[in-house]
Design a protein around this ligand. Sequence first.
Ligand code: ADP
Ligand code: ZN
Length: 511
Amino acid sequence: MPDLLDLLHSTFGFNDFRGVQRQVVDRVMAGDRTLAVMPTGAGKSLCYQLPAVALEGTCVVISPLIALMHDQLRAATAVGIRAATLTSADDNRVETIERFKAGDLDLLYVAPERASAGHFRELLSRAKVALFAIDEAHCVSEWGHDFRPDYRLLRPLLDSFPDVPRLALTATADAHTRDDILVQLGIPTDGLIVAGFDRPNIRYAISPRQNTTQQIADLLREQPGPGIVYVQSRAGTEKLAAQIAATGRPVRAYHAGLEPQIRAANQAAFVASEEMVMVATVAFGMGIDKPDVRFVAHAGLPKSIEAYYQETGRAGRDGEPAVAHMFWGADDFAKARQRLGEVDEIRLPGERARLTALGGLVETPSCRRALLLRYFGEHPPEACGNCDNCLSPPQGVDATELARKYLSAVFRTGQMFGAGYVESVLTGQSTERSLMNGHEALSVWGIVDGEDSALLKPVGRALQLRDALRTNPHGGLEFGPAARAILKGEEPVSLIVPPKRERRNRRDSAP
Ligand code: ADP
Ligand code: ZN
């Protein structure tokens, strides 16, 4: 057998393995079944391409997208690997099949629906298969964010070649999805290799949204280098970009609704600039190679922890210090919960768990990085020293009583008023409206004062985050499923209060 390091040099031109690559390749070479969970850019393809070159026979790669396969094919061919794709978009299929049978291919890329068809199994039995590589393996799980029923058909195919090693690969898999992949693809638990998710040079910070424009302006003043601000709507990107432009900072907007030429020009300007801000929807970022992005801000809740990791991961690819700052609002969670109502039943448990995990990330009083890395299956130290919670530990405050008062006020005013009104009832601020409604006679009128009144907004947010309160279409608060237990005092509510930071003079800071 050729020496693997020699092959790594001679075929790929790399000096050494990266991260867990060696561990994964060794298992494959030993004929073991493996699931490798590695972040984007960690070098997953090498984990099957190198064995494909080293082993006799062909490595069959199952991949969900034709475009992805063709990219991989180009890259492999460029380093002299004998590779081909077998898809409906290829008109050289007859030739490819002949090459495969003749043992003239190191790599053969196929789509899952083709792989699971009967005649493909017959073809495999007439060739020498060295390895099955299942790319984007999270597609096999209903818990995954991208379930593909076709992936479920792979198991019988794999099982009819029990001696061929299998290697499943994915970049994003929470613990539940990972366990599911192992079961669905017949990989033993000790075949799981997870690694390389830490991005130590990125400093994570997460704050509740107060005045997004102001908060972003503060961030931009501290971060002169190039950065990305993710905004949820297309219109929102253009609005914020205009506000930032007014401060003199170079800025562009990016979203899928822009003309392709404008999109391309904005992207090119950003990549070339050393100070530009790109205000974008999540359509921006895929395949963009800019190593010196100094910050990524989220002006709203990302879709999932996976998406958050992916999007923040665009900062600091050069290894220099970078910042990831998220600003979230209770209404983000309300909207996300509303969207759950439109999700297929089969995907609902996974989507719900993803939202809960995201709630945990924004609410945690402890290390953000540790939480992220644990989510991806790593075993990080308790504190990283480079996130907001590690740098200035927040204080926990028991807000159970206050939360009960809050819920009680929502209930007694008829579950129809917004947060501002509920707060004014609790603090006893008389208005024409409160008089007209007769709310000044309620037992909850003015029962909150002093320091507690400053906690009313965070309590309202915490209750929405926990689904104890929901917003109706008119902005009124009403009870959610978690309300009763809190109201009865069965469920404690603690609040995280950020340490008081010095506030700067803000007169000249508006963008
Ligand atoms: P992934 O599929 O995990 O996102 P890729 O397989 O596309 O990552 O690899 C990401 C980049 O890292 C590619 O440019 C690849 O050539 C490079 N790469 C992979 N392994 C190594 C290595 N051992 N040494 C240096 N570069 C590597
Ligand atoms: Zn930390």
